[in-house]
Design a protein around this ligand. Structure first.
Ligand code: FES
Length: 56
């Protein structure tokens, strides 16, 4: 599933970035070489990051 439409970032990309140490949407996107634009995806991205960190 696409999380960030602006950057075409998928849920699996966000999970991978979280495993690599990202703790917020901005750092996760930076980890993927992208930058947040509109910010509409932040609530969803935060949920994925929180869930991933909870199971880490
Ligand atoms: S949808 Fe992610 S920055 Fe716009």
């Amino acid at each position: 599933m696409i999380v960030c439409v602006c950057n075409a970032i998928r849920e699996s990309d966000v999970r991978k970035a979280t495993k690599n140490g990202a703790s917020c949407p901005s750092s996760a996107y930076a980890c993927l070489g992208r930058r947040a634009k509109c910010g509409q995806c932040f609530p969803f991205a935060r949920q994925i990051i929180a869930a991933e960190r909870a199971t880490a």
